[in-house]
Write a protein that binds this ligand. Structure first.
Ligand SMILES: [Zn+2]
Length: 122
């Protein structure tokens, strides 16, 4: 969880855009897993072989784990992006996402050299 390096590498706008894409990819994966669970339950038959039963139980547990993880990641990524997005506007001149990272948390406006804290560390 170190957004400063990626923001420095990509620039804030591209970083933000990628976070949104990544967040939604997690959401779609999580959602797909959640949809797969009831479908697998339909296949779950206690009349089949034990191996088959075990296989479906594993699939359902894996889908649940990936699904929950995906939705949690979606939530985390979007709230982080949103939180930084709220701080991406220069308080002095109002320029959006036009700053340079000068440390892991501090940024400096490219237009007016105003400095502020973008990332709350700890
Ligand atoms: Zn400024």
């Amino acid at each position: 969880m170190e957004p400063a390096d990626s923001i420095r590498r990509l620039g804030f706008s591209r970083w933000y855009e990628r976070r949104l894409i990544e967040g939604h990819a997690w959401f779609i994966s999580g959602f797909a897993c959640m949809v797969a669970i009831p479908a697998s339950f339909e296949e779950l038959s206690f009349r089949g072989s034990f191996a088959r039963l075990v296989a479906y139980v594993i699939i359902i547990l894996a889908a649940a784990a990936i699904g929950i993880y995906g939705l949690v990641r979606y939530q985390q990524i979007l709230s982080e992006a949103e939180q930084l997005g709220e701080h991406a506007t220069c308080g002095a001149c109002g320029a959006y996402a036009r700053f340079k990272l000068i440390s892991h948390s501090q940024v400096r406006c490219r237009k007016c050299n105003h400095e502020w804290r973008l990332i709350d560390t700890g």
